[in-house]
Design a protein around this ligand. Structure first.
Ligand SMILES: CC(C)(COP(=O)(O)OP(=O)(O)OC[C@H]1O[C@@H](n2cnc3c(N)ncnc32)[C@H](O)[C@@H]1OP(=O)(O)O)[C@@H](O)C(=O)NCCC(=O)NCCS
Length: 158
């Protein structure tokens, strides 16, 4: 996961110290193809409202991007969260990250809840997005680019 994190973001967002508590106390989904981890999504519950989940990070290794894996990973993750009684999912995204915004907003229907100036330091704004899972139907959004699954591919909840 640390390698994918560095590869996807050209930076380390995770560390040995943050990853262990996420794995033990958060909710982590892994996407596997040909028996190797290609991407992951980390969620945690909101302290004051345990029916709210926050997407801490989603990443797909660079050479596997643009193949539909990110969409599939998010679809499976959100479906699992909805089926387990979560009512809303929140996340933040860099306004310049047009690919992520396209997936969140156009493909899943996330809505802008708040624009947060300087959220991650001077000039590092973030869009705070929300998806109401109670009104969301898995698979209702169209997507065509995911190829048929090769053997060894799958989705795993950690
Ligand atoms: C964001 C990320 C998880 C998406 O995973 P992925 O497997 O590459 O995404 P997919 O292949 O499922 O979907 C990509 C979609 O974005 C679209 N897209 C690509 N570049 C785009 C751009 N510049 N503007 C708008 N849409 C774009 C693709 O056309 C595709 O949409 P479509 O299926 O409707 O054609 C992955 O690219 C990644 O790890 N990026 C780096 C880390 C990151 O930005 N994480 C999110 C932080 S909030």
């Amino acid at each position: 996961m640390l390698e994918i994190d560095y590869d996807a973001f050209d930076d380390n967002l995770l560390s040995n110290w943050s990853l262990v508590p996420y794995l033990r106390y958060g909710h982590v989904f892994g996407l596997y193809a040909c028996n190797s981890l290609k991407g992951f999504a980390i969620f945690m519950k909101e302290w004051d409202n345990p029916r709210f989940a926050y997407l801490v990070e989603i990443a797909v290794e660079k050479e596997s991007q643009e193949k539909g894996y990110g969409y599939y990973l998010l679809l499976q993750s959100l479906t699992h969260l909805k089926n387990n009684g979560l009512s809303s999912v929140f996340l933040t995204v860099d306004p310049n990250n047009l690919r992520a915004r396209h997936i969140y907003c156009d493909k899943f229907g996330f809505k802008l809840a708040e624009y947060r100036n300087n959220e991650y330091g001077q000039g590092r704004d973030r869009m705070f997005l929300q998806l109401n899972l109670e009104n969301w139907t898995p698979g209702a959004s169209e997507h065509t680019s995911l190829e048929p699954e090769p053997s060894g591919e799958g989705f795993m909840e950690e």
